[in-house]
Design a protein around this ligand. Structure first.
Ligand SMILES: [Zn+2]
Length: 492
C-alpha cells in the first residue's frame, strides 16, 4: 500500500500545478451507458442480471479514482440467430457461439455488437453475455471473457463490444462461489490494462507505466498473495488470498485488486474517453466503426433514415435520405417522403393520371418531370380528354356536352341542351346557344328567330287564342299548327 500513498502525494502536487496552468475540464465522474445483450440457457435471465449487477458494483468500486467510473446499465434479452442452443452431456442446456477463427469472431462482434456512438456524447458500450464462446472450434478454444484494447492495432483502431461468458457466473460444481470480477477484468483491457503476466510495450520512451514490473514474468496467477491452487482443469489458477484483477487467478476469498499503477493508467484512459468539457466521448470509445446503430428512424438525425427493415444489414445504421430518382423500397428512405415506381419521387410527381387524386390529371413533362395538376374548367385549352373536368377535350378546348342552356356561351353545338351553338365551327371563338329553326328546339317548341341570330330562342308552342303575331309564317308557333292571321293573329 505504500506506493499508493506516495502516488497520492504526487497527484496533489501535479493537480495544483494544473489548476494554475490549464482550466480543469475533466469531470469528477466518468458516466458510461452500457447495454448488456443477454442470451443464457444455463442460468435464468434474472440470475444473470443479478450476477452482472454484482459485477458492476465491484467494477465501480475498483475504478473509483477520478474520473470515477459510473456504469449505467441496460439489460436486454438477446435473440441473435447466430447464437445456438445446445445441450451438454449432463443434459444441461446452454447458449453457444462458435467460430472457425478469431477474425470470424471479431467480424461477428463488429457487425452485431459493436460499441455505439450515436453522436459524440450519446451512445453506449456493448457487452454480449452468452454461456459459451469458442473462437476456434477445431481446437475447442473457448474463453470466459473477451475485450479489445483501446490502442489495439490489428485491425487498426477497432474497439469491439465486450463478450462476457457465464462460465464463472456460478461455479455449480463448487458450493456457490460467484465471480464478481469478470467485468472489472474485461473493462480493464478496454481501459488499457494488460494481464499481469504480460509486459507493457511503451511506445513513449518517457512512459513509466509498466504496471506489471513486479510480476510481468509470463506466469499466470503470479499476483496471488497466498497459496496458488489448481482449478477443476488442474491448472494453477486459484489463489487462497488476494489476487490481481488482471491476472488469470481467481481469489477464493473473493478479493481481487488493482495496483496504483493500473488505477492511474485506467483513469488516464477514461480521461482520453472524455470530451474537452468532461462529457463521455462515445465516438472515441467506438473506434473507427463508431457509427450509430439505430432501431427506428426516430434514432436518426433529421434528413436520415434507419436501415431497419429496409436494407439487409447485420447492423442497422442511420443513412442520409435519398434524392429524387434514387432507387428505394419505402418512402422512409426518401427525402421527399415518397417512393413510387421503385424510386424516390417528388410529392406531386406522376407518371399517369391514376397516380393523381380525384380532380387532378398528370401533366406533360416539364424538365423531365410530370406533376399532378388540377383538371381544367370548360373552355380551357387542352390536349387530352383527361385534362378536362368534363372528361372531353374537343379540338383543343375542354368541352362538356349538354352543359349550356339557351342563350349561354358555347363553342360546339353539342354543348347546347337546346338548339345549336352559333360560334364558327372549330371552337376558336365562343358563341351562344341559339336556334335557327323549330327542329333545333325539339318537340313542343318553336324557334323564335329574330334578326339578330344571337337572341334566337326556343319557345313553347302556343295554345289556342294566344297571340301568334309576327312578320310571316306564324303557323308553326301554334300547337294547332294554325295562326289566324290578320287582324288578330291568334292560334286557332
Ligand atoms: Zn483478459
Amino acid at each position: 500500500m505504500m506506493p499508493i500513498r506516495r502516488l497520492a502525494v504526487l497527484c496533489i502536487v501535479f493537480s495544483l500545478g494544473a489548476v494554475l496552468l490549464t482550466p480543469l475540464t475533466h469531470a469528477a465522474d466518468f458516466n458510461v451507458d452500457v447495454k448488456f445483450h443477454i442470451n443464457t440457457q444455463r442460468h435464468s435471465y434474472d440470475d444473470v442480471v443479478k450476477w452482472l449487477k454484482a459485477n458492476i458494483e465491484t467494477t465501480e468500486s475498483l475504478y473509483s479514482n477520478t474520473p470515477a467510473l459510473k456504469i449505467h446499465p441496460t439489460f436486454v434479452q438477446e435473440n441473435h440467430p447466430r447464437i445456438e442452443s445446445k445441450t451438454g452431456a449432463n443434459g444441461q442446456k446452454y447458449s453457444y457461439l462458435g467460430f472457425n477463427n478469431t477474425s470470424e469472431l471479431i467480424k461477428f462482434m463488429e457487425d452485431n455488437f459493436d460499441n455505439q456512438a450515436r453522436s459524440k456524447t450519446e451512445g453506449h458500450l456493448t457487452m454480449l453475455v452468452v454461456d459459451d464462446v469458442v473462437q476456434n472450434e477445431k481446437k475447442d478454444k473457448g474463453f470466459c471473457g473477451r475485450a479489445s484494447f483501446p490502442h489495439w492495432v490489428n485491425p487498426f483502431g477497432h474497439k469491439l463490444g465486450i463478450i462476457l461468458v457465464t462460465c464463472r457466473a456460478v461455479a455449480y460444481e463448487k458450493d456457490d462461489f460467484v465471480d464478481n470480477f469478470l467485468i472489472a477484468h474485461e473493462l480493464g483491457h478496454f481501459l488499457s490494462l494488460k494481464h499481469t503476466f504480460e509486459p507493457y510495450i511503451n511506445l513513449n520512451p518517457l512512459s513509466v507505466a509498466n504496471c506489471n514490473k513486479d510480476f510481468g514474468n509470463h506466469i499466470k496467477c503470479n499476483s496471488c498473495q497466498g497459496q496458488v491452487l489448481p482449478n477443476d482443469e488442474g491448472e494453477l489458477r486459484e489463489c487462497s488470498g488476494t489476487a490481481n484483477v488482471m491476472d488469470y487467478c481467481q481469489s477464493l476469498k473473493g478479493k481481487e485488486v488493482l495496483n496504483a499503477c493500473q488505477l492511474n493508467r485506467a483513469a488516464k484512459q477514461r480521461e482520453r474517453y472524455q470530451t474537452s468539457d468532461g462529457k463521455t466521448d462515445y465516438q472515441a470509445m467506438a473506434g473507427l466503426r463508431g457509427e450509430g446503430q439505430c432501431e427506428a428512424d426516430a434514432d436518426c438525425e433529421d434528413g436520415e433514415f434507419c436501415t431497419v427493415g429496409i436494407l439487409n444489414l447485420a447492423r442497422n445504421i442511420c443513412k442520409p435520405k435519398l434524392d429524387r430518382g434514387t432507387l428505394c423500397t419505402t418512402k422512409r428512405q426518401c427525402a421527399s417522403d415518397r417512393c413510387s415506381w421503385g424510386v424516390c419521387a417528388d410529392p406531386d410527381e406522376c407518371r399517369a393520371d391514376a397516380d393523381c387524386g380525384a380532380g387532378n390529371y398528370c401533366g406533360d413533362p416539364i424538365s423531365g418531370k410530370r406533376t399532378c395538376k388540377d383538371k381544367l374548367n370548360d373552355g380551357s385549352v387542352c390536349t387530352k380528354d383527361l385534362q378536362c373536368q368534363a372528361g372531353r377535350c374537343k379540338t383543343g378546348f375542354c368541352s362538356a356536352p349538354d352543359s349550356a342552356s339557351m342563350g349561354e356561351s358555347c363553342r360546339f353545338d353539342d354543348e347546347c341542351r337546346e338548339g345549336k351553338c352559333n360560334a364558327p365551327v372549330g371552337g376558336l371563338t365562343k358563341g351562344t346557344c341559339v336556334c335557327n329553326k323549330d327542329s333545333d328546339c325539339g318537340s313542343g317548341k318553336w324557334c323564335d328567330g329574330g334578326v339578330d341570330a344571337k337572341v334566337n330562342a326556343c319557345r313553347p308552342k302556343l295554345d289556342k287564342g294566344e297571340s301568334c303575331a309576327g312578320v310571316a309564317g306564324n303557323d308553326h308557333k301554334c300547337k294547332s299548327g294554325e295562326c289566324s292571321g290578320f287582324p288578330k293573329y291568334v292560334c286557332k
